[in-house]
Design a protein around this ligand. Sequence first.
Ligand code: TXA
Ligand code: MG
Length: 357
Amino acid sequence: MTELIRIDPEKLEEELIDRVVNVFKKGGLVAFPTETVYGLGALVSKRDSIRRIYEVKGRPMDNPLIIHVDKVEMFIEYSREPPDVIVDLLKRFWPGPLTVVYWRNNKVPDEATASLPKAAFRSPAHPVALEFIKRVGEAIAAPSANKSGKPSPTRAEHVYRDLYGLVDVIVDSGDTLYGVESTIIDFTVNPPRLLRPGAIPVEVVEEHIGVKIDIPPEARGLSEFKEALAPGMKYRHYAPDAELVVVETRDYVVKLSKLIETVRKLVVEAKDRFRKIAILCSEETCGSYVDLNVYLFNIGSRENLFTVAKRLFSALRDLDENNIEFAVAEGFEELGLGLTIMNRLRKASMGNVILVD
Ligand code: TXA
Ligand code: MG
């Protein structure tokens, strides 16, 4: 049985918080809101519960979870003497959507980290999540609360769809603020390496630490799908049921009309093969497709990538809700949050990318 509990982040009603805290303490699985996406949590000390997270998500066992802490002090409790530069960085950005990968000690069980000697840590900037961590008195291990391979949930309804009946509690606190996951940086290597672009632009972190962060092709969403072509080697990510194509260019000002032409051509050609077709377009361009008579999802203005990132996962889920069979998504400039958006889009399309030049 899955219990649904609505918690107003501004009220944090004692009785409701108590109910959820008890479920955590008994080893239950709780889907809970953070400022990025909903997470599926268990107490870090409950090894069996952590194993259950992998089962209900259908998550490959070699993909470790994030250890959610309330404060920097709790991170220090679970890690191996982090240097001042990391502690300072976290004091600046926590609570918030920055995840650091650092050496862990044995208070973090192997189950949560796929037996790696390092773990990913973050402190979520959401009153409900923080209250849970404080009240249970230990860290909460949690991945995003979606079925493996699906877009991360940005509202409780998305969690119901994927995990109803499989988890003990779903806490509903409405839409998440960022709608996209945290930025993950590995600080066990030098220079630090971006593992996943996310809600905090990597440039902002670089400016604070005064060091260039290494951005490998995987972080752009560019190389993992090559491996994916080898059977069973890599996983689907964020993927809608529809076949998805992403149309990119290196200059979204000069080449925008050419990009629109390419999207139109792809849609016209697809009409022979598919009945239900959609375009994920921007505020600036959606009007150029109206005559095509396909579903248009406006995911926001090119001038406001915060909104685009926020709407993206929800739009990918809307494709499924509307039984879309084929979709074309416009790309966005790969700066700031644009890197995060392009990572998700390229992965969602499984490398089905067309570059307009
Ligand atoms: O915003 C977020 O980060 C959300 C909310 C719920 O906190 N969580 C989230 O978790 O997106 P998940 O499991 O979907 O993604 C965690 C990522 C995975 O890609 C995993 O590979 C990486 O963190 N990760 C975790 N531990 C790691 C480690 N020790 N080394 C390298 N990567 C790690
Ligand atoms: Mg995830």
